[in-house]
Design a protein around this ligand. Structure first.
Ligand SMILES: *Cc1c(COP(=O)(O)O)cnc(C)c1O
Length: 392
């Protein structure tokens, strides 16, 4: 029995949506570690395989635990349907493979996740005859100017990584739709707690569930959420090609979703405090955080998002040497490129996440040698500040 999810508020959906109890009446969601399912007889098997009867067939495309996670995330995003994938990149690849063909053109914002940039702009999709134009993230005219007769898909990520540029989702949706394209939004940084792109006109939402949805740095996972017709196309690719989510990872993420709002709000509030503190530090040249009035798209961010998010980037005076000194002086913060964890992380984008991008492309997107990115976790904010103060 599916509960009346459409009548519930976000907090209730996060804890309850999608749960299906077995004959045992378990209170917590069950982990179904099974790759396949058995049928009552030959005709039953045939009906399940043909789709004449709905139900479980094989875990590459059906599993009850994965199903529960998909339905919970769909409810949180306000989507008709969600399909889970093995990772965030698998979600992006599956979307591209499902919706694009040779000869198609993509418009993508600058400052999207490094691997996404490689997938679209490097030699992977290009090898299959799919061409991508990258445009300055906040320049609406550039999106319009980039449209070609064969443009089929717009891909944006807001706030961008690591500079936290905020893109007007509704405005880009209008441009995309006028061009006969779908708009795909990577909602990894905000999660449905802070931003719901489908309500703003996006057609699909992408997640790296590896980040805030799990929230505690344990598993890889991804998801695509949206309307039935588009998600069905992505599902058909996944069913055949196979980069689906494991039941165990789905179970971890399902339980992670239960605390998503509490974590996002606490981590976002701490990030705002940290951003304000950083702005007052003499060796910090600039702070990038959508929740600060000094942020160029602060007004848009406050309209489009419920809070600024948990990612704060800042530029220290003195280039790479000074930035590395801040990292190497930490004793608490984790030196890792991951984000979305309860443990605060620090990274130097120019030499890690964006290290494989050419120096000129990096400079063009504003990722300087002095830039550091902190993904704020749940530790005491005073302890986080003290850890950064040492190197500053
Ligand atoms: C991490 C990340 C991805 C890729 O997700 P994986 O789960 O690592 O494959 C995509 N987009 C954004 C914004 C990310 O931070």
């Amino acid at each position: 029995m599916t509960p009346p999810a459409d009548a519930w508020q976000l907090d209730t959906l996060a804890v309850r949506a999608g749960q299906e109890r077995s004959q045992f009446g378990e209170h917590s969601e069950a982990l179904y570690l099974t790759s396949s399912f058995v049928f009552k007889n030959a005709a039953h098997a045939a009906a399940r395989f043909s789709g004449a009867e709905e139900g479980m067939v094989y875990a590459r495309f059906t599993n009850p635990t994965v199903d529960m996670m998909q339905r919970r995330l769909a409810a949180l995003e306000g989507a008709e349907r969600c399909v889970a994938t093995a990772s965030g990149m698998a979600a992006i690849l599956a979307t591209a493979m499902a919706l694009l063909k040779a000869g198609d053109h993509v418009v993508a914002s600058n400052g999207i996740f490094g691997a996404t940039q490689q997938l679209f702009g490097g030699n992977i999709l290009g090898k299959f005859g799919i061409e991508t134009s990258f445009v300055p993230a906040t320049d609406l005219d550039a999106y319009r100017a980039a449209v070609k007769p064969n443009t089929r898909l717009f891909f944006i990520e807001t706030p961008s990584n690591p500079l936290t540029e905020v893109i007007d989702i509704a405005a880009v949706a209008e441009v995309a739709h006028a061009a006969g394209s779908v708009l795909v939004v990577d909602n990894c940084f905000c999660t449905p707690v802070l931003q719901r792109p489908l309500e703003l006109g996006a057609d699909l939402v992408i997640h790296s569930a590896t980040k805030y949805l799990d929230g505690q740095g344990r598993v890889l996972g991804g998801a695509v959420c949206g309307g039935n017709a588009l998600v069905e196309e992505v599902f058909k690719f996944l069913r055949t090609a196979g980069p689906t989510l494991s039941p165990f990872n789905a179970w971890v993420i399902l339980k992670g979703l239960e605390t998503l709002r509490l974590r996002m709000e606490a981590q976002s509030a701490a990030a705002l405090k940290l951003a304000q503190w950083l702005e007052a530090q003499p060796r910090v040249a600039r702070v990038f955080y959508p929740g600060l009035p000094s942020h160029p798209q602060h007004a848009l961010a406050m309209r489009q998002q419920r809070a600024g998010g948990a990612i704060v980037s800042f530029e220290v005076e003195g280039g790479r040497e000074a930035a590395w000194r801040v990292i190497d002086s930490t004793r608490l913060l984790s030196i890792t490129a991951n984000l979305g964890d309860t443990k605060t992380t620090i990274t130097h984008p120019a030499s890690t996440t964006h290290g494989r991008i050419s120096a000129s492309a990096r400079a063009a997107s504003g990722i300087t040698e002095g830039l550091l990115r902190v993904a704020v976790g749940l530790e005491d904010i005073g302890d986080i500040e003290a850890d950064l103060a040492r190197g500053l």
